[in-house]
Structures are given as C-alpha cells and as structure tokens.
Design a protein around this ligand. Structure first.
Ligand SMILES: [Zn+2]
Length: 169
C-alpha cells in the first residue's frame, strides 16, 4: 500500500496540451485528480483545465473522501457486530475497505501555496516560542520552489514571491 506522502502518482506529465478538460471540454489540462485501487492501479482519473482546477479538484476530493468515510463507517459498524459475535464463538472476519488512495497532481500553484502557508504558520508559531530551528527547512523549501517555478502554470502567488525573496538566496 502506498501512503499519501510517498505516493508517486501516475507519472504522467502534469500539463497535457493534447487532452481535454473533463468538465468544460477546453483543450489542454494542467492537473488530474486521481483515485487508485489498493494495488496502485488507477480507479478514477479526472483531467482538468486551469480554470476548472480549483473548484473541481475540491469537488472530486470531497466526493471521494465522503465515499471513503461511509465505507469506513460501515466497516466499523460491522466490526463491532462481528466482535460481539466472536465473543459468542463465531469466527467472522470483516474485511477493511480500501485505503484512501487519492492524489492531486497539478502544475498550478494551489498545492504549493497551501504548503507555503502551512509551513510559514508553523515556523512563526515556533519562532514566537523562541525556536528558530525550522529556518533551514524554510530555506530548503524556498529553494525547491524556485527550482520548479518555471514549470508551474499561472502567476506565482504573492505569498510565494515573498518567500523566495526572503529565503531562496
Ligand atoms: Zn475546464
């Protein structure tokens, strides 16, 4: 089973100029919302254009998260019933549902912006307590972002510009 952090995804290029957006049919996509089977094969893959990405990546993520939650709830309820049965001598095993294998692959700045905001909030929280040990991690993040910036789609968010000005040198 792959976990959400190490999952490499589909390995496809983020920008696919020959593909059509699956929501508005515009030519050229900048990202995919992907749901994988337990064995790593693709269960669902939705290609989206730049305009559709914010809304529809969130919509599919919310829909599939809800399906996962409902499946987990059903499993948890069945597990409670089966363990009650086990106590009386029955030997039923309830199979767990598949893990939450959802990934967002995008050439837009949205994922990076969230990472930057979360990282800076945590850095400021620690600094306010007199702990400056995250500074090097922030600098490494800024340098990594600067290196892949040419491959992103759309204008760099202002918060990321500021991060690079302050930490990428
Ligand atoms: Zn679209």
């Amino acid at each position: 089973m792959k976990d959400a952090i190490t999952m490499s995804g589909t390995g496809l290029p983020l920008v696919e100029i020959d593909k059509a957006c699956e929501v508005c049919s515009a030519q050229g996509t900048v990202g995919r919302v992907v749901r994988f089977e337990e064995d790593g094969s693709v269960l669902d893959m939705i290609r989206l254009c730049e305009a559709c990405w914010p809304e529809h990546s969130a919509r599919y993520t919310a829909r599939w998260d809800e399906e996962h939650r409902v499946a987990m709830d059903a499993w948890a309820r069945a597990s409670v019933r089966e363990s009650f049965r086990d106590a009386r001598g029955a030997n039923a095993i309830v199979a767990a549902p598949p893990s939450r294998n959802i990934t967002l692959e995008s050439a837009t700045w949205h994922g990076t912006l969230k990472l930057v905001n979360d990282t800076l909030l945590e850095y400021r929280r620690r600094c306010s307590a007199g702990d400056d040990t995250m500074r090097e991690k922030v600098r490494e993040l800024a340098k990594a972002i600067a290196a892949y910036a040419p491959f992103r789609v759309g204008d760099m968010p202002f918060a990321i510009e500021n991060l690079l000005r302050e930490y990428a040198n």
